[in-house]
Design a protein around this ligand. Structure first.
Ligand code: BGP
Length: 466
């Protein structure tokens, strides 16, 4: 691919989250969240028995890490506030928790880095989970209170706010496919959770607009949502049933959030299909009005892999859930075998074109993209540095397609690499390493640049992708 250039006013940054980096899971009055509880109840569920406790020890390394980001030519980073650290069980601000985030945002400003803040990254406080979690409307109200408290606490320090990270993933992984605590396998529960998270998002945006009216925020503040928009594809020669599977899959994972974020409504055809499958959303009178508040200023697109589906060969899965699609294995696919994810850089271009054509006013940025590799420590040279040329190839290919998308009219405003400094990844813990910078778990979480770091700096400082 030829050399391409990214715009000058294009954010180059790093993405991370509070629960995957901070550590200090039980210090300073922090409550347990679902990850802490799962770690305490069943440590065997985590790769190498590494639970949520320490993250990558960011609470002790944050100054060093911010300096690393700056040194690599980045201008911004996204992390999340942990609800369980900021608020107590009565929904009031925990001063010690607040103090840590004030200190983090202060240090970021001092380093000249723009903080992007996600308000929720899969980390429900456990006491709310026990009261019904995302199956309960009370959690939506509790979330709205949390958002209001966070905005009033940090509104003068933070410009870019995001209500949720990947709001489809928790319904899927916690309630439907059952990989995450408490490992349920209920499509009905997943639909209820996704709907309630949508309501919570809209309530959160309404609180944001109210805080803005009250003058509690920076005048240049913006609100968004970060979603995993994995573009959906089906067979090259699809049947009607394949196209139907594609419509429903795309509808539930992508159109659902794009419609909510740009129109303040949910796609009617998807709601109808859900009702027909016997899993209607738990809509209440007045909800349409609530959802109308869900329109945001821009959004983040997390892109790792495409989603390929075909018509299901049966009506129900092994747990009795209705099936509307099954995975389709594209014969030409290239895999990251470590993570089990397809590598398809053109997917981000296709997403950009979809937005350009169907949501023309929408501004967005790539809020996560990255490659996680198992056993990287085996790739050291004589000096001990990890040689990760595959990471350069991966990011270069994605940035190239982003540059092309921008040339073709996509309103893409930036790129944040996921896991720039190796961090803890949910049940996979430290199995797949994403970083341009290694974290040595055996050496007090020492940070060391991998070979790819020099390449990254070249790109972030020149904006030329080569
Ligand atoms: C995204 C999440 C991140 C991060 C990333 C990598 O879905 O927003 O939190 O974990 O995926 O995935 P994993 O950690 O599962 O390898």
């Amino acid at each position: 691919m030829a050399e391409l250039t990214l715009p000058e006013n294009f954010f180059f940054g790093a993405a991370m989250s509070g629960p995957q980096t901070e550590g200090g899971w039980n210090v300073g009055g922090k409550l347990e969240n679902v990850w802490d509880t799962w770690s305490n109840e069943d440590i065997e569920a985590f790769y190498n028995r590494v639970g949520s406790y320490v993250g990558n020890d960011f609470m002790h390394h944050y100054k060093e890490d911010l300096a690393i980001l700056k040194g690599l030519g980045l201008d911004s980073f996204r992390t999340s506030i942990q609800w369980s650290r900021l608020l107590d069980a009565d929904g009031n601000v925990n001063p010690e928790g607040a103090a840590w985030y004030h200190e983090l945002f202060r240090a970021a400003r001092e380093e000249g880095l723009e903080p992007f803040v996600t308000l929720y990254h899969f980390d429900l406080p456990t006491f709310l989970f026990r009261r019904g979690g995302w199956e309960s409307r009370e959690t939506c109200e509790a979330y709205a209170n949390y958002v209001e408290k966070a905005l009033h606490e940090f509104g003068k320090e933070v410009r870019y706010w995001f209500t949720f990270n990947e709001p489809s993933v928790e319904p899927e992984n916690r309630y439907w496919h059952g990989g995450w605590y408490p490992q349920h396998h209920s499509f009905r529960e997943a639909v209820v959770a996704q709907y309630n998270i949508s309501i919570a998002h809209a309530l959160g945006v309404a609180r944001y607009r109210a805080a803005r009216e009250e003058g509690a925020l920076r005048p240049d503040a913006r609100i968004g949502i970060v979603c995993n928009f994995s573009p959906s594809y089906t067979k090259e020669d699809p049947s009607e049933a394949d196209l139907e599977a594609l419509r429903m899959n795309d509808g539930l994972t992508t159109r659902w959030w794009l419609d909510l974020a740009t129109k303040g409504s949910l796609p009617a055809d998807v709601l109808e299909t859900l009702a027909r499958l016997g899993t209607p959303v738990p809509a209440r009178p007045g909800d349409e009005e609530v959802l109308r508040s869900g329109v945001v200023d821009w959004l983040g697109c997390n892109y790792y892999q495409p989603c390929r589906v075909q018509a299901p060969s049966r009506d129900h899965d092994e747990w009795g859930n209705p099936l509307f699609a099954e995975p389709y294995v594209w014969p030409e696919r290239v895999m990251n075998e470590s993570r089990g994810w397809e590598i398809y850089p053109k997917g981000i271009y296709d997403f950009g074109m979809k937005c350009r054509d169907e949501y023309p006013d929408l501004e967005w940025f790539v809020s996560e993209n990255g490659i996680g590799i198992e056993g990287e420590y085996k790739n050291r040279d004589e000096s001990g540095q990890i040689q990760d040329d595959y990471r350069v190839d991966f990011v270069r290919d994605h940035l190239s397609w982003i540059a092309r998308a921008i040339d073709d009219g996509a309103k893409c405003r930036g790129y944040h690499y996921w896991g720039l400094i190796d961090n803890w990844s949910w049940a996979n813990a430290f199995k797949n390493r994403y970083g341009f910078v290694e974290v040595d778990l055996m050496e007090n979480y020492e940070r060391r640049p991998k070979k790819s770091a020099a390449w990254l700096k070249e790109v972030t400082t020149t904006h030329v992708v080569k």
